[in-house]
Ligand binder design. Structure first.
Ligand code: FMN
Length: 168
């Protein structure tokens, strides 16, 4: 899914992240580096948007909601289920920070491979999940002659979803 954030300067940015969990009534979970640009933006403004493009079906789903960090226990459950190489790679990258050459990244990886040569790889304290709790979801389905179907679900103050059909 595409995750859009707004930083304190009002700059909108978007990037792809993997949806790792979605639970009814809860939200959409992804994992990332808590020191990344997206994390810095979320820290200042937790309102985010998710976009699921589904071109083959002429369909899209757009989510608006609020992101917050999941618990350390929940992050650990997922981290420990990942392949060892992915666990070590999480340690090796200071995501979103500039680097002078690819070789430096490879050195960082080699250093982490050496550091964690034995035993299990601990969960980095700078890495974990976010859950986006939606308060607005739009379902869009392409139709013939541009008569597309759009349904907007908005959470009202009583925590009920209000559904409106929108013009395409
Ligand atoms: C298909 C795809 C899946 C990705 N999944 C993730 C992910 O789950 N977590 C993540 O941190 N970055 C993921 N990335 C990389 C991000 O798009 C992005 O480059 C990175 O998170 C840094 O973003 P930032 O500098 O805006 O924080 C993915 C990229 C692609 C193309």
């Amino acid at each position: 899914m595409v995750l859009a954030t707004v930083d304190p300067a009002g700059m909108v940015w978007q990037r792809m992240v993997l949806l790792k969990d979605v639970s009814p009534g809860k939200g959409f979970v992804f994992f990332t580096n808590y020191a990344s640009d997206k994390a810095a933006a979320i820290e200042q403004n937790p309102r985010v948007s998710l976009h699921f493009p589904w071109n083959e079906l002429d369909r899209q789903v757009i989510v608006g909601g609020v992101a917050s960090k999941i618990s350390v226990a929940e992050t650990a459950r997922y981290f420990l289920s990942r392949p060892r190489e992915s666990q070590i790679a999480a340690w090796a990258s200071q995501q979103s920070r500039p680097i002078s050459a690819r070789a430096v990244l490879e050195q960082q990886l080699a250093a982490m491979q050496a550091k964690f040569a034995q035993g299990s790889v601990p969960v980095p304290d700078f890495w974990g999940g976010y859950r986006v709790v939606p308060d607005r979801i739009e379902f869009w389905q392409g139709g013939v002659n541009r008569l597309h179907d759009r349904f907007r679900y908005t959470k009202n103050q009583d925590d009920q979803w209000q559904i409106e059909q929108l013009q395409p």
